[in-house]
Design a protein. Structure first.
Length: 577
C-alpha cells in the first residue's frame, strides 16, 4: 500500500523526538522529487528525507546510504538553503490523520530577527508536493509549482496564499470518543463487505484500501465485532504499539508492501519480514524496492542487448559458412593443375579446352584453358586459384571458430543473466561484457563491483561441489579452484554452469557423481528436460584455447551420464554460505 495516514502517524510519533530541536546543517536536493536535510543534535547527525515522488512519496530518516547530489543545486534547494540552513526545527505535525505534514522551522532573517518558516509536505500520490511558506501563509516556493492552467481552485505559486487541499469531512479515530465510534460502526456492521470497506474509506481519515480490508478480514477470522477491531487499532496507535512488517512476493522476492502491523489477509500469499521500527520498514522497503526495480531494468536491458547481439553473430556465422562453401572446389583446381602438367605434351598454346583422364577418380575431366597462356601457365593459374581458396578457407574457418566461441559466450551469458538473483550479479556480468567489448556502458558505477562467490553444495557423502553462476566464475572454479584430479561436469550441448567436485584425492561414488550431474543439469538451459546428457571428466582433461572467451573450454577423455533434475534432490543438498 502507499504510505497511508495511519502509517504516517506511527512514523511521526516514532521520529518526532529525534527531529525536534535539531539544527539544519545542510540541505540537498538529489532529485526533482527529493529534499535531504542533514540535521544535527549535539554530536549526532540525522538525515531527514522528504520525497514527493508520485509512487514513493514519504518522510523518513535515512541510514548510512547517501543519495548522489547534483553539482548545481536546483532553485528550490537554493532558496531552502538561504532561508532554512542554520535554523532549528521547532515542531512537526500531521493534519488530522491525513497525509499532510507541517514542519515549523525557526531561523534568523537577513536583519538578524527570528522568523518562522513552515515546510509543508503533501504526501498524496501523484499530487504530492513540498511547499515552503512564511509566517503569513504566503507561498515562498514549491518543488512543484501549480498554476491556474493545472488547478484553478488551488494555485501553488510564489506570492500566493497557501491553502490546504480541499477538506473532506472525515473522522479521526484518535480524537473521536470510543462510544461514538462504537455506535457508528455498530450501525454499519451488517453492510456487505464491499460497501462497508468503501464506507470506512469515505468516513475515516488515514485508511488505505488495504487497511480497511484488514479490519473486515481480521473481524471474520478472529470472530470479533468490527467495532472491537476498530477500537483495538485505535488503542495500539495511541499507545504506540506497532509491529512494522514488510511483505515480499514469494517467487521473485520483490518487495510488495509494508504496514505498521502484520496484514492477516496477506498471510500465505506473501513472505513476511518484521523489522524493529516503522522508519526501518520504510527505509528497507524503498531501498529494496528501488534495488529490485534497477535489477529488473538492468536485467531486461542486458537480455535485449544480448539477444540482438546474438542474432547479429548468427547472421555473420551464416554468411561466413556461405563464404566457406565457395572454397569447396579448391582441390579440383589443384588436380586440374596437376593434370595439365602431366599432359602438357598433348596441349598447345591457343587451346581453349581439353579433355584429360583423371587418374584420381578414373574419369575424364573437361578442363577450360586460357588460349593466351602456355600449358605450364594454365597449370600455374589453377595452382594459384587453389592456393588462394586454401588461404581463404583457412581465414574463414578461423573466423567461424571465433564467431562460434562468441555465440557460445553470449548464450552462456544470456543464461547467467536470466538466472542472476541480485543486482550485484548483474553488475558483474555487465562489467564482464564491457571488458569483452560486447557493450559500452553509458554510465560509470561508483561502487566497486565485488566478485560474487560460486554456489557451494555438500553432497550426501560430504564432498564439496562448486557451481559457477557466470562465465567468469566458470573459469574460476575450473582453472583456479579445481585440482587436476577433481571431477569436472557440464551439460552436453546446452549453455550452463561448470560444476566441479572437489575430491581431495578421494574416490567419488556414483551417488555423488549423480548429485553433481543433477546440479549441472539444473543450472543449465536444459533444466526443465528429462534424461539430460551431462559430460564428466577429470579437470586435467579440460583445456582453455588460447585467447578463448570466458567460460569457453574444450575437453576430452570424458564419459556421459543421463539425469533428470529433481528439486527434491537439489533441496537435500546443503548449500553452504
Amino acid at each position: 500500500m502507499p504510505l497511508d495516514g495511519i502509517t504516517l502517524y506511527a512514523l511521526l510519533s516514532e521520529i518526532n523526538n529525534k527531529i525536534i530541536e535539531t539544527k539544519i546543517d545542510k540541505i540537498y536536493q538529489p532529485s526533482i522529487h527529493d529534499v535531504l536535510f542533514f540535521l544535527r543534535k549535539g554530536r549526532e547527525e540525522i538525515k531527514l528525507l522528504l520525497s514527493c515522488h508520485p509512487l514513493d512519496f514519504r518522510i523518513s530518516l535515512l541510514g548510512t546510504d547517501e543519495k548522489e547530489n547534483p553539482i548545481t543545486p536546483p532553485p528550490f534547494c537554493m532558496l531552502l538553503r538561504k532561508l532554512l540552513q542554520g535554523g532549528r526545527i521547532i515542531k512537526i505535525s500531521q493534519l488530522s490523520l491525513e497525509r499532510i505534514i507541517t514542519i515549523k522551522i525557526e531561523n534568523l532573517n537577513e536583519y538578524g530577527k527570528i522568523k518562522n518558516y513552515f515546510l509543508i509536505a503533501e504526501l498524496m500520490g501523484k499530487h504530492s508536493n513540498i511547499i515552503l511558506i512564511d509566517e503569513e501563509g504566503t507561498v515562498l516556493d514549491a518543488i512543484k509549482k501549480i498554476g491556474s492552467d493545472v488547478n484553478r481552485v488551488r494555485e501553488i505559486l510564489p506570492g500566493q496564499k497557501y491553502a490546504f487541499p480541499p477538506a473532506i469531512e472525515r473522522i479521526n479515530i484518535l480524537t473521536e470518543s470510543e462510544n461514538k465510534l462504537y455506535q457508528m460502526l455498530k450501525c454499519k456492521e451488517k453492510e456487505e463487505d464491499f460497501y462497508f470497506e468503501k464506507w470506512i474509506l469515505d468516513n475515516f481519515c488515514g485508511f488505505s484500501k488495504v487497511a480497511a480490508k484488514e479490519i473486515l478480514y481480521k473481524s471474520s477470522i478472529e470472530n470479533k465485532e468490527i467495532p472491537q477491531i476498530f477500537l483495538e487499532l485505535r488503542h495500539n496507535l495511541m499507545e504506540r504499539i506497532f509491529i512494522p512488517t514488510i511483505f515480499y512476493e514469494k517467487e521473485s522476492r520483490k518487495p510488495f508492501d509494508f504496514w505498521i502491523f502484520p496484514v492477516l489477509h496477506y498471510k500465505n500469499r506473501y513472505i513476511e519480514k518484521k523489522v524493529n521500527t516503522v522508519n526501518d520498514a520504510l527505509e528497507v522497503f524503498y531501498k529494496e524496492k528501488h534495488k529490485y526495480e534497477e535489477y529488473t531494468q538492468l536485467k531486461n536491458s542486458l537480455l535485449k542487448l544480448l539477444h540482438d547481439y546474438l542474432k547479429k553473430q548468427i547472421k555473420i556465422l551464416s554468411q561466413k559458412q556461405e563464404n566457406l562453401s565457395e572454397t569447396k572446389n579448391k582441390e579440383t583446381y589443384k588436380i586440374y593443375g596437376e593434370l595439365i602438367l602431366a599432359n602438357s605434351f598433348k596441349i598447345k598454346q591457343g587451346d581453349k579446352q581439353v579433355i584429360l583422364y583423371n587418374f584420381y577418380n578414373n574419369a575424364e575431366e573437361f578442363i577450360t584453358l586460357d588460349e593466351k597462356l602456355t600449358p605450364s601457365q594454365n597449370a600455374q593459374k589453377y595452382f594459384n586459384l587453389y592456393k588462394k581458396l586454401s588461404a581463404k578457407e583457412s581465414i574463414i574457418k578461423e573466423q567461424i571458430n571465433k564467431i562460434t566461441q562468441e555465440i557460445y559466450y553470449i548464450e552462456n551469458t544470456i543464461f547467467s543473466v536470466e538466472n542472476a538473483e541480485n543486482l550485484e550479479e548483474l553488475y558483474e556480468i555487465e562489467k564482464d561484457l564491457e571488458k569483452e567489448g560486447v557493450i559500452k556502458t553509458s554510465h560509470i558505477r561508483n561502487e566497486k563491483v565485488k566478485p560474487s562467490e560460486p554456489l557451494k553444495f555438500i553432497s550426501s557423502e560430504g564432498f564439496t561441489i562448486l557451481v559457477g553462476k557466470n562465465n567468469r566464475q566458470n573459469d574460476y572454479i575450473t582453472f583456479k579452484k579445481a585440482s587436476p584430479e577433481d571431477i569436472w561436469l557440464h551439460v552436453k550441448d546446452f549453455p550452463g554452469s561448470h560444476v566441479v567436485i572437489l575430491t581431495e584425492g578421494k574416490n567419488v561414488s556414483e551417488s555423488t557423481l549423480l548429485e553433481a550431474g543433477i546440479l549441472a543439469a539444473f543450472y543449465s538451459k536444459a533444466r526443465h528436460g528429462s534424461k539430460i546428457a551431462v559430460d564428466f571428466t577429470l579437470k586435467k582433461y579440460v583445456k582453455k584455447p588460447q585467447r578463448a572467451k570466458p567460460g569457453y573450454v574444450i575437453y576430452d577423455n570424458y564419459k556421459t551420464l543421463f539425469v533428470t533434475p529433481e528439486e527434491e534432490i537439489i533441496n537435500k543438498l546443503f548449500l553452504k554460505d
